[in-house]
Design a protein around this ligand. Structure first.
Ligand code: RIB
Ligand code: CA
Length: 284
């Protein structure tokens, strides 16, 4: 029996790879995409979610339009959020199912549902503040002592620090931080072997990484960092990532800091095996 999965997302190029991985994995039943602002604004992340589902031939999956906010990563993901290539994806004959993300979670979360949150956590925090509890919540975000928006804060947590704090304090999440995902690069060989429509979205992202080398990963090959697909892989196959519990909190900048809230953090994985898992499922 496939596990119900809802992905809260700001597509976003690595979000696109994560959504495709879920749609092509029999272990999960993709029940919905809930959209949030993030890489680009909400109108674009929502339009991109609809187009991605049309490309994946999953127009049966509802899209729920969530929280608005400023786009913040067009330099990485392109002005349209998909490397300037959103128009190469088909239109979706379906439109947004709902614009009340909290009510959608209230109506559709079942005890076996897993939610993967791979953008800013505004939607998730609103649901938690409304008393909704998530049976299993996997979050891509944060960094232990590192960041990609500031020296200490990662983009998803930085974009809505108050929401990140709510999720750490009330959501009992599994956190998949930059410390792990910055080691997970989909290089040009990987991109040549997977769905060319997805690979075609990666130009801006590849150029950005090439122009902004990471001093902690100086040997990083050309490619993209599949942050979100790493987190969604844990939602698809629990145990993919090696977890350890940390006492954490979130500061005003959105940085993970030591605190009293016990949080499971993904610290490691067998990246060659996970890369092969992704490559096999994302090939067409
Ligand atoms: O810091 C990486 C995260 O920010 C990923 O979710 C990426 O899509 C961006 O949203
Ligand atoms: Ca994302």
């Amino acid at each position: 029996m496939a596990t119900p999965l809802i992905i809260d997302t700001d597509p976003g190029v690595d979000d696109a790879f994560a959504i495709a991985l879920a749609a092509r994995s029999p272990e999960v039943d993709l029940r919905a995409l809930t959209t949030v602002f993030g890489n680009v604004g909400l109108e674009l992340t929502t339009a991109n979610a609809l187009r991605l589902l049309a490309h994946l031939k999953r127009t049966d999956v509802p899209v729920v339009k969530g929280s608005p906010g400023p786009g913040g990563a067009a330099d990485v993901h392109g002005e349209d959020g998909l490397g300037g290539q959103a128009h190469t994806l088909p239109e979706n004959p379906e439109s947004v199912k709902s614009e009340d993300v909290v009510q959608f979670f209230a109506d559709h979360l079942t005890p076996d549902t897993v939610v993967a949150a791979i953008g800013p956590l505004t939607n998730i925090a609103k649901a938690l503040d409304a008393g909704i509890m998530f049976p299993r919540l996997v979050v891509m975000g944060g960094g232990l002592g590192i960041g990609n928006m500031t020296l200490r804060a990662e983009f998803n947590f930085w974009a809505d620090a108050e929401a990140a704090r709510t999720v750490i304090r009330k959501g009992n999440p599994i956190v998949v931080p930059l410390n792990l995902t910055q080691r997970c690069i989909a290089d040009t060989a990987f991109l040549a072997n997977v769905d060319p429509v997805l690979s075609n979205l990666t130009g801006t992202y590849r150029e950005y990484l090439a122009a902004n080398p990471d001093q902690n990963h100086s040997d990083r090959p050309e490619g993209i960092l599949v942050h979100d697909a790493v987190a969604v892989a844990e939602a698809i196959v629990p145990g993919t990532l090696q977890l350890r519990t940390h006492g954490l909190d979130i500061d005003d900048e959105g940085a993970l800091v030591e605190g009293k809230h016990q949080v499971e953090v993904a610290e490691d994985c067998d990246w060659p095996a996970l890369r092969a898992f992704m490559e096999q499922r994302l090939s067409v």
